[in-house]
Design a binder for this molecule. Structure first.
Ligand SMILES: [Zn+2]
Length: 475
């Protein structure tokens, strides 16, 4: 027990110190609302600046050299037009959501919905305090408001933007049933989550950080298990990948790497869109690979195999686990910082809560409001997170390109051109998805979790020469 208690005590002392250092937070009035609104518009300004940098790239007339053999002028122009349409859509929908957010803050929607929730609770159970119910109703109001205000944006995106560029396969029926199913899934997960979270804060009091951390880790593990079994089947059909060349190629790769491949699926992505992809999920001892029907249709089996090899690279380097650790660290930092604000009446006052609530702030409310203060920090963090993710993508590409030589040493016979095949698959993916080919570096650093196509193709060429040089040395 000492092993656990010592670091916990040490951590508690640090939190105490932090709280003393920032004790003014509990007494000094600050115009947090103005700060949050200002910060959110500053970020909007920065994002618009990035779009302004990117836009000329979307107006370029010439196909990049590296794609000259596979991208014809007509398709290139289509992809540029699609890129410009997405950029305009991004600008207007971004502006719309900033205006909405500002309105929500200006009119004190948090305080208003907390008050409405209180009257509902008082109506059904007069004279009692049902903090959990009140929290659930407050968040429910925000959620319904979010769904309604988001509706015109997603209708426009699906039925105008995507449809105009030939991607939309979603019928109005699918759209509406998705919406209804999504609503109930949010309720089914959100209600127990929020109830447990509120109860946990109440129970753990000031030493809530380790308790909430353990709760979140357990939640993520449970979601990993129930998402593919209970939630995904509501939206998509996963069917076992048919016997044949592709299946036997992937099974061979998996056995060569001792990858615990449990199931290999094809997903009906084409039901909603003709965008294509592949991914994997599961627990360390039982992995599932899912390939979009659109990818199988658009590429040859040996090219799809190379895409799967890239996915296996993520597994080989433990990327999902590492990313989860980084995000745990992120959550840990947020929780620790939030402990300074948990008993701060000025925070609630700034967001229009009446004195009766602000004087003795419910911890979960302070926690939600504190999240708003983090807006600018989150924008900076997304630069870092994307940089990590891009590095991992580069590593997985390298893994795929060098996989044949790795397998040969184990007596497997695999053609040496995996990198080339991956390059071809990426080109096809890109061209069929009409993805943007010319990208501004700063725009990409902020927005992209993957290196650009041109960066990846160049890197793949480099890996190839690396692995040839290596095999020559071995000879
Ligand atoms: Zn990847």
């Amino acid at each position: 027990m000492e092993v656990v208690r010592l670091p916990l005590t040490f951590f508690q002392t640090q939190v105490q110190y932090l709280r003393q250092r920032f004790s003014w937070v509990a007494t000094t009035p600050v115009n947090y609302k103005l700060y949050v609104v200002g910060a959110s518009w500053a970020i909007w300004g920065f994002e618009s600046y990035l779009q302004w940098r990117q836009y000329p790239h979307l107006s370029k007339k010439e196909v990049p050299q590296i794609l000259a053999d596979s991208l014809d002028q007509e398709t290139f122009e289509k992809s540029q037009a699609y890129g410009r349409a997405k950029a305009k859509f991004g600008f207007w929908s971004g502006l719309y959501s900033r205006v909405l957010d500002t309105g929500i803050l200006y009119y004190g929607m948090w305080a208003w919905s907390w008050g409405v929730a209180d009257s509902v609770v008082q109506y059904y159970a007069p004279g009692t305090s049902h903090e959990i119910w009140q929290t659930l109703i407050t968040c429910g109001i925000q959620m319904v408001f979010g769904i309604i205000t988001d509706l015109p944006v997603s209708v426009y995106h699906t039925f105008w933007l995507e449809a105009a560029h030939g991607f939309n396969k979603t019928t109005p029926t699918v759209f509406v049933t998705d919406l209804i199913k999504g609503f109930f899934v949010q309720i089914a997960i959100g209600v127990p989550f929020l109830a447990a979270f509120t109860k946990l804060l109440r129970w753990a009091g000031d030493s809530f950080v380790p308790a909430v951390m353990s709760f979140l880790v357990a939640f993520i593990v449970v979601m990993q298990i129930i998402y593919p079994v209970l939630i995904q089947p509501l939206f998509n059909k996963l069917s076992p990948l048919a016997e044949g060349e592709l299946r036997s190629r992937i099974e061979k790769l998996a056995s060569g790497l001792n990858y615990p491949l449990k199931k290999l699926y094809e997903i009906d992505g084409s039901k909603r869109s003709s965008h294509s992809n592949a991914y994997m999920y599961g627990l360390p001892w039982s992995k599932h690979i899912v390939i979009y029907d659109t990818l199988i249709e658009q590429s040859k089996p040996d090219e799809v195999e190379a895409v799967v090899a890239h996915e296996l690279g993520h597994w080989y380097y433990n990327h999902p686990m590492k990313l989860m650790l980084v995000s745990q660290l992120h959550i840990f930092a947020i929780l620790t910082a939030s402990s300074v604000f948990l008993h701060a009446p000025p925070l609630l006052k700034a967001f229009d809560f009446p004195d009766s609530v602000a004087q003795n702030p419910p911890m979960q409310l302070s926690f939600f409001l504190f999240q708003l203060l983090l807006t600018p920090a989150e924008a900076v963090i997304s630069f870092g997170m994307n940089a990590i993710s891009r590095y991992y993508e580069w590593q997985a590409d390298e893994f795929a390109a060098q996989l044949p030589s790795r397998l040969k040493s184990k007596g497997f016979d695999e053609k040496d051109d995996m990198g080339e095949r991956l390059g071809r698959a990426l080109k096809t993916l890109h061209i069929k998805n009409l993805s943007t080919v010319w990208v501004d570096w700063l725009y990409s650093a902020y927005h992209n979790s993957h290196p650009t196509l041109m960066e990846r193709l160049k890197a793949l060429k480099g890996f190839e020469t690396d692995s040839h040089a290596k095999s020559r040395k071995e000879l």
